[in-house]
Design a protein around this ligand. Structure first.
Ligand code: ACO
Ligand code: KIV
Length: 501
């Protein structure tokens, strides 16, 4: 089985993306984590580009002992000298020289002929090689280059001493088959290519960076360049965690694996996200909040019966402690029951049916139902009260220029509807007055308390009231995402308890 080298460029190409800049101590923290993750090469920066970048490369080179540390350089002496100097204390330094090989870049950007480009490659790579043994050459915009010319450039770089040749899809343009063909072409047409590492560096402009990297591995690439969370220029670089887990999960098919400690992936991703302040989309592969979460009843049932039915990798393999069953409108009885059992509730089949029905109703009102919501539902059910009156419908108006009014309809035990309108000192008082008119009993509200029992904008509100009639005082509870409705439900619950007594 081949070992694919992972070249992390989060601190260089990743940092080139707007809003992803890091200061020196943040870069060191990321570099230390990359070392724990066991990436093979850390590209620490582009030493010549600024004194700050020089210092970062230098400090990371001093700090990191278990990975090769690389610094990027244009194909010019002053860049190579800056990289060399910044890397002087590295345990394993790599000078990474690049020059574009596509007609577009050569003509308009570099203003060089093919011959001049080949001469620059020869000169710069052999100069870098005179300084350090480990030199990588990247043919920028390789994927849009003429393949015969690219082969000459690769041959020139190998001849000048490059130990790694990188063929980037700089603008994320090509399709996986084209990456495969490019690698195959080099393997078939450049002598000596099997003695060096053939690398790829894919951008995500068409959302294909990971697929292109994997197609290259299938064709024989032995190094993949990528970034944590896929950060990087424009739409980003190939995402490290996706490449690593794709290779790891399909290692039998690819006959390849990496040296990465996959259990550090989640931690690395969160650390970077926290440092740069860029959050991870919930549906992001491997590290998104939903990557190991199941909400649909059929999937939850499958996973409870046999995890592999809907999970191709374990959450533990990327550093999570467990998968997540999210209760929501698509959940089924199996997951609901399992969830209640974990909370310590053992319901009879009938109780489960009722609670499940209420739960589904709640899900239609609320985007996400939390453990607190379910517990509140079940706790409410546990105190079973005969429903002499049930809330059928209500309209409540209030404002700072009108007196609050409530129009309430309750259904009694015979199924008949009774409607009343009342004014009040605020919407809840108006609603309570209307209820009192319907139930025709003297009621005194002694206490009123409202709590949010879950989090977020659509949290459930629980209202607890103490209501007296004559010498009896009872507690009523009501639960709803609408606090006025929760208040009415609590009052009606108290009325039913008083009538029951
Ligand atoms: C695909 C990639 O990700 S490549 C890396 C991109 N990253 C960055 O550019 C970030 C860091 N860059 C910088 O800080 C600056 O661009 C610097 C310090 C490197 C250079 O700054 P300046 O000297 O002001 O040049 P500027 O950036 O405007 O233009 C680039 C120059 O480098 C030349 N150049 C570009 N690539 C290369 C190369 N690989 N080898 C040699 N020369 C190159 C251009 O032709 C241009 O030359 P010119 O000034 O003679 O016209
Ligand atoms: C310098 C090279 C490796 C690069 O970043 C690219 O081509 O995208």
């Amino acid at each position: 089985m081949k070992t694919i080298k992972i070249f992390d460029t989060t601190l260089r190409d990743g940092e080139q993306s707007p809003g992803c800049s890091m200061n020196l101590s943040e870069k060191i923290e990321v570099a230390r984590q990359l070392e724990l993750l066991k990436v093979d090469i850390i590209e620490a920066g582009f030493a010549v580009s600024s004194p700050g970048d020089f210092e970062s490369v230098q400090t990371i080179a001093k700090t990191i002992k278990d990975c090769t540390v690389a610094s990027l350089s244009r194909a010019v002496k002053k860049d190579i000298d800056a990289s060399y100097e910044a890397l002087s204390q590295a345990a394993a330094p790599r000078i990474h020289v690049f020059l574009a090989t596509s007609p577009l870049h050569m003509q308009y950007k570099l203003k060089m002929t093919e011959e001049q480009v080949l001469e620059h490659i020869r000169e710069s790579v052999s100069y870098a090689r005179s300084l350090v043994p480990d030199v990588e050459f990247s043919a920028e915009d390789a994927s849009r280059s003429d393949m015969a010319f690219l082969a000459k450039a690769v041959k020139t770089a190998i001849g000048a001493g490059a130990k790694t040749i990188n063929l980037p899809d700089t603008v994320g343009y090509v399709l996986p088959q084209e990456m495969y063909d490019m690698i195959t072409y080099m393997k078939q047409n450049v002598e000596g290519v099997d003695e060096i590492d053939l690398a790829v560096h894919c951008h995500n402009d068409l959302g294909m960076a990971v697929a292109n990297s994997l197609a290259s591995v299938s064709a024989g690439a032995t190094q993949v360049e990528c970034t944590v969370n896929g950060i990087g220029e424009r739409a980003g670089n190939a995402s490290l965690e996706e490449i690593v887990m794709a290779i790891h999960t399909r290692r039998a098919l690819l006959d390849a694996d990496t040296n990465i400690n996959t259990k550090q992936l989640y931690r690395t991703s969160r650390l970077l996200s926290k440092i740069i302040g860029v959050s991870i989309p919930p549906n992001k592969a491997i590290v998104g909040a939903n990557a190991f979460a199941h909400e649909s009843g059929i999937h939850q049932h499958g996973v409870l019966a046999k995890r592999e039915t809907y999970e191709i990798m374990t959450p533990e393999s990327v550093g999570l402690t467990t998968n997540k069953m999210v209760l929501g409108k698509h959940s089924g009885r199996h997951a609901f029951d399992d969830f209640l059992k974990e909370l310590g509730y053992n319901l009879t089949p009938e109780e489960l049916d009722t609670a499940f029905g209420q739960f589904k109703e709640l899900c239609d009102k609320k985007k996400e139902v939390t453990e607190y919501d379910v517990e509140a539902l079940v706790a409410q059910k546990a105190a079973k009260v005969v429903e002499h009156f049930r809330l059928k419908q209500f309209v409540v108006n209030s404002g700072n220029t009108i007196q609050a009014t409530a129009n309430i309809t309750l259904e009694d035990m015979s199924g008949a509807s009774q409607e009343q309108v009342a004014l009040g000192d605020g919407p809840i008082d108006a609603a309570y007055q209307a209820i009192e008119k319907i139930v025709q009993m003297p009621l005194v509200l002694n206490n009123y308390k409202i709590n949010a029992v879950s989090h977020g904008e659509d949290a459930l509100g629980e209202v607890v009231v103490k209501v007296s009639s004559g010498s009896r005082t009872v507690t009523g509870r009501g639960l709803s995402t609408d606090i006025i409705e929760a208040s009415m439900l609590a009052y009606i619950n108290a009325v039913n308890k008083l009538l029951g007594a």
